[in-house]
Write a protein that binds this ligand. Sequence first.
Ligand SMILES: *[C@@H]1O[C@H](CO)[C@@H](O)[C@H](O)[C@H]1NC(C)=O
Ligand SMILES: *[C@@H]1O[C@H](CO)[C@@H](O)[C@H](O)[C@H]1NC(C)=O
Ligand SMILES: *[C@@H]1O[C@H](CO)[C@@H](O)[C@H](O)[C@H]1NC(C)=O
Ligand SMILES: *[C@@H]1O[C@H](CO)[C@@H](O)[C@H](O)[C@H]1NC(C)=O
Length: 552
Amino acid sequence: MVMSLTTYSILVLVLVLAVCVELGDAATAVDAYRLIQYDLDGAPYGSRLAALNHFAGVAPFASGVDLSRTAVILPLRDLNFTLLHEFITGKQQLGGLLFLLPQDTDNARKDTGPIRTILSKLEHLLIHANLPYPVYFAHEDDKINEVLPDVQRGDGTGQPASATTGGLELMTHSFKLVVSTSEPKKLSSPTITNIQGWLPGLKGDGTSQLPTIAVVASYDTFGAAPELSVGSDSNGSGVVVLLEIARLFSRLYSNPNTRGRYNLLFGLTSGGPYNYDGTMKWLRNFDQRIRESIEFAICLNSVGSWDNELWLHVSKPPENVYIRQVYESLADVAKELDVTIGIKHKKINISNSRVAWEHEQFSRVRVTALTLSELSVAPELLHNTGGLSDSRDSVDDTAIQKSIKLVAESLGRHIYGYHGRNVQIFADNSSLALNPFYVKSWLDLLSQTPRVAPFLSKNDAIVSALKKELADHTDEVNVYHETIDGMFTFYDSTRSTLSIYQVTSVGFDFVMLAIIGLYLIVLFTVLVIATRGFDELLLMIRRPPTRKSKAA
Ligand SMILES: *[C@@H]1O[C@H](CO)[C@@H](O)[C@H](O)[C@H]1NC(C)=O
Ligand SMILES: *[C@@H]1O[C@H](CO)[C@@H](O)[C@H](O)[C@H]1NC(C)=O
Ligand SMILES: *[C@@H]1O[C@H](CO)[C@@H](O)[C@H](O)[C@H]1NC(C)=O
Ligand SMILES: *[C@@H]1O[C@H](CO)[C@@H](O)[C@H](O)[C@H]1NC(C)=O
């Protein structure tokens, strides 16, 4: 009996001590998307670390608590911006930060307005912050939601029960968030890729050079989490409008009888978020004759979520003959569609390399250009660039279809000389009608494809897909690779697996109890040996079954 008791006690103690140290069992593992890490002019921004191994904690935190070894989980559903501000400004040192994005289900999509506002506010804060700890985004799931209430107990730091906090609880569960990954490394010479396609017009006798109209859209994105920056509106919408316009005009241009006397140049540019760096490099590589042949370029940016008002941004005065023509023909079609187009004139500043709109890169090389956008004022650098909040549900198929009609119809009337006449070239139900299925499928694809340029390879699937699509509708498709403006440096490690381990700790009281128990057993053994000798002890241990069983 003593033997069994002794063995049992020792076993318990060993177990208790083992458990006390750590009892690891991965509760769940999820995809985690790291906050972007980049340098701008040498200044560090974003999350500066990738590896994470800390106990999980959840607000509210006891005041003055030390979180420097805690991975704080912030569910977006009830994000406390005051608290977040303390984390971002460095008032509170953290071990790490994990943002929980709402579940990615159709159900959760119903009312996305409020969460989109939170996301864009959050993104804005994060991309301009310098955070000396790992920051991740993950989607909520049932497993994580099960764990959260457990994490929420205690003082919020998530540290396992200790002599001071263990209290009376026998066992407490804590959770460790672990991302095992190496130090983030600088990306060496990240590239941006521009894609262009031509639809050559019909040359008459003696015409040496036809005028060109360029249709341009920037296709890459930038955001707090590069792997989640799908930019449906900015500027997936512009890309979709461009592709459908190319498809429509390719039908007209495939027949010499309906081929226009204009060349059409389609440009899908990259580097949009970096001051339209790709556009600048694309234009710089143009042959002078081609550049001079461009009558005007129309840039399509963020045209997927408007109701009844679009803006035409120009850097030449609206009285300029080409600007006036383009504006008037857009305004005519707009009237037929029962929407309005406003015009905004903003001079470029040649001595400042920062541009507000894509068309300004054209203006800088003296090509007439304009930007069509639902935005009435230009966003700041790195804002509105297709990040967290810009998902599929931020765009509206009807808005995109209206944008296509507007641009295609007014270009058509310009090319075929139907100014001011109500001729429907791309009439509904005609063979030249726009194809909503085509529009939807491209929008869906772009809305599932992160496109942050430094993280796209030269022949990334999306680059190849865009190239192939342009090649289907135009002749002479070319792809140009350029290096991103040296002002920007990016770091890898954008996506990892985050494991959540459950750590069960035994309360302080329980450990004390076990130690006292063991002490008593040892004391008893020693006393028996001292007073009766070792043999007696052995005898006691080897004693045949207890009286109780004898009596039975
Ligand atoms: C938000 O955080 C601040 C700072 O920690 C705290 O004082 C405040 O009570 C929190 N607000 C809510 C609604 O939890
Ligand atoms: C999309 O278009 C908007 C409006 O022109 C622009 O501010 C933004 O930078 C563009 N986004 C990207 C990723 O180029
Ligand atoms: C043009 O840009 C330069 C350089 O940033 C600046 O000093 C100047 O004030 C700007 N001029 C105007 C008219 O905004
Ligand atoms: C196009 O056809 C559909 C039915 O096929 C019809 O409902 C719609 O009114 C037509 N639109 C026009 C502009 O004729």
